[in-house]
Design a protein around this ligand. Structure first.
Ligand SMILES: Cc1ncc(C[n+]2csc(CCOP(=O)(O)OP(=O)(O)O)c2C)c(N)n1
Length: 613
């Protein structure tokens, strides 16, 4: 055992030295945040984390999530120690075009990273999703999440911890690197480990307290945490910059690389460079990941609608039909009877996760589930997805595949008033890199699009409507991402809309037709990618495009249309008018509110008549 201890201590020193070397070479980075966790990481990667470095995709591997992503020098030094990368690669840290980026991300050349981190407070929700995925697949793996002590002020950590104990997750282990300091100085609780432990226990976790530089104590805590009795938080008292006299527990060193001269002194104090290599324990099982789209051909018995129905209900019904696909899992934020994910819950209760009113934990868990091969749909009111937007942003950096649904769009939700109205959701989801944004108008269009969401890479968002809308399309009608439907063929003006306001646009076209104004009406159910060819042709042929949406004018459907018209610099001539919500709504009936907002058929027809003189 003494040999083991010496080996772990040597490895910890090497990790500290390499963290200094790579950050000094880069001229930036977080060496002291890495050094505090060097012993914790050395013991974990030498003897506890069961992973095959040559087979990082193996679903049987344990998972390590560096929630304090700024400690990337430590992580990349670990990758060097286990033979995943060489020293030259390590020293490419933060250089242009290197996969060894400022914070870990699953970029090409970096298959040992499952998810991007660096926005603090995300690792625990993601780890929870991974742990749930392992349970679904009956895998014996564990998930280890390394967090900072300033980081743990994030509410998302506690959302996930409450959900982990509620969902009786047994294979999730948090390691709290309690080094007393944050970015600009001391943390709220500094070294009050008992308080962290008591908080964890009150959230239904087991808490273990250790000296985070005592390898024997760390090893013992890991062994205890591995017994599978419940989620465990290891509260490890550490020193930031440990092992170097002028760094240890000193303020003012966060996020600072050492100069060459300081690095030389620090490395000398740490006992110089080492060339240790370790092999982590092998995973118990080897399980292949299914290739992307493996379940695409599964026959799905789609619902068919003959009567008016709400698109949110069609979303839920279609999800229930998709339970036939074993890869599909669904999460909801305690509004399943509003979003209608409850239909999936009835069909496949074991693959439904009620995350309660914890939208950040819900989206983080969805990212973790998809990282281990699940096809995760998550839903809540569109308005409440805004509070988890940072998770969506980071999911894009993770190259995650997420299927999101926001119900209760626009002023059309009616009486509940503005706190429940999604009026920013199209803008926020359009702005996500590589995203797809869908906004079907009727139940049959919804039923056709929900399954397609499952097999598009990246983040796919569907906006649904609260109220029932008329049946516009036959169940046989085909819809595809990037497509549109031209519902009226007029040549004086083009009305472009989607979702609930499409019906107002159609009614406006009827009013105008009665006065001899022939309108073209286009349903852009695919807001991103949008059918630019059809829109450009419409502007060229009618000279006037009017967009109508139940969303703020900024960033929504109208701006999507404008972008498409401007896309190829074709020098199109014509006029464009955007109609959307511009005033803060109150309560009222859906139709009253659409009239008031100026997005009803009468208002649209008036605006068009004025424009046409
Ligand atoms: C959500 C979020 N807010 C702020 C930051 C900027 N930031 C990076 S590291 C850091 C301090 C983290 O302190 P701690 O969690 O104690 O980790 P340590 O570096 O001390 O180990 C801050 C505020 C961030 N990355 N993410």
């Amino acid at each position: 055992m003494a040999d083991k201890h010496a080996e772990w201590n040597e490895l910890a020193a090497q990790l500290a030295v390499d963290s200094i070397r790579c950050s000094t070479a880069a001229g930036s980075g977080h060496p002291t945040s890495s050094m505090s966790a060097a012993h914790l990481a050395a013991v974990l990667f030498s003897d506890h984390l069961r992973t095959d470095v040559d087979d990082p995709a193996n679903l049987g591997n344990d998972r390590f999530v560096l929630s304090k992503g700024h400690a990337s020098p430590l992580f990349f030094s670990l990758l060097k120690a286990i033979g995943a990368i060489d020293d030259e690669r390590l020293l490419s840290f933060r250089k242009f075009d290197s996969p060894i980026q400022g914070h870990p991300a699953p970029v090409p050349g970096m298959p040992w990273v499952d998810v991007a981190t660096g926005s603090l407070g995300q690792g625990m929700p993601i780890g929870l999703g991974m742990a749930l995925a392992m349970r679904l697949d009956d895998l014996p793996g564990r998930v280890w999440v390394l967090m900072g002590d300033s980081e743990i002020a994030e509410g998302s950590v506690w959302e996930a911890m409450a959900n982990a104990s509620f969902h009786q997750v047994r294979n999730l282990i948090g390691i709290l690197d309690m080094n007393r300091l944050g970015q600009r100085g001391p943390t709220m609780l500094q070294w009050e480990g008992d308080v962290y432990a008591a908080r964890a226990e009150s959230f239904g976790w087991r808490a273990l307290r250790v000296d985070g530089h005592d390898v024997a104590a760390i090893d013992a805590a890991y062994r205890e945490a591995e017994d599978g009795t419940g989620p465990t938080l290891i509260v490890a008292r550490t020193e930031k910059g440990h092992g170097v006299s002028f760094l240890a527990d000193k303020e003012g060193w966060h996020g600072k690389a050492l100069s060459d001269e300081e690095a030389a002194r620090a490395i000398e104090e740490l006992g110089g460079r080492r060339r240790m290599a370790v092999t982590p324990p092998k995973p118990e099982v080897r399980v292949d990941r299914e290739p992307f789209g493996a379940w695409q051909e599964t026959p799905i018995d789609l619902p068919r609608y003959e009567q008016p129905e709400a698109s949110r209900k069609a979303f839920g019904d279609t999800l229930a039909a998709m339970a036939a696909r074993p890869d599909v899992v669904v999460l909801d934020g305690e509004v399943g009877n509003s979003t209608h994910t409850e239909e999936f819950q009835k069909a496949a209760p074991g693959r439904f996760f009620e995350m309660y009113i914890a939208e950040q934990a819900m989206l983080g868990a969805a990212v973790g589930l998809q990282a281990l091969g699940k096809n995760a749909y998550a839903a809540t009111f569109g308005a409440f997805l805004t509070r988890a937007y940072d998770f969506v942003r980071m999911a894009a950096i993770s190259r995650a595949n997420l299927r999101l649904c926001g119900s209760h769009a626009g002023v059309s939700i009616g009486e509940d008033g503005p706190s429940q109205m999604a009026l920013e959701d199209l803008a926020m989801m359009r702005a996500v890199h590589g995203s797809t944004v869908l906004y079907p108008a009727d139940a049959n269009a919804t039923a056709k699009l929900v399954p397609q969401m499952a097999d598009v890479p990246g983040i796919v968002y569907m906006r649904t409507t609260r109220e029932k809308t008329p049946r516009l399309y036959a169940p046989e009608e085909d819809f595809h991402i990037g497509g549109s439907k031209t519902l009226r063929e007029g040549d004086r003006v083009t009305l472009v809309s989607a979702g609930v306001t499409l019906f107002e646009a159609l009614a406006a076209a009827d009013r105008l037709a009665a006065q001899g104004v022939a309108c073209r009406v286009i349903d852009v159910y695919s807001v991103k990618p949008i059918d630019g060819d059809t829109l450009r042709a419409a502007l060229a042929e009618t000279g006037l495009v009017v967009t109508v949406e139940d969303h703020w004018l900024e960033g929504g459907l109208g701006d999507a249309v404008l972008s498409a018209l401007a896309e190829d610099g074709a020098g199109l001539a014509g006029r464009v008018l955007k109609i959307g919500v511009t005033q803060m709504a109150g309560s009222g009936s859906p139709q009253e509110l659409r009239d008031w907002a100026g997005i009803s058929s009468a208002a649209i027809a008036d605006r068009v008549r004025t424009l046409l003189g």
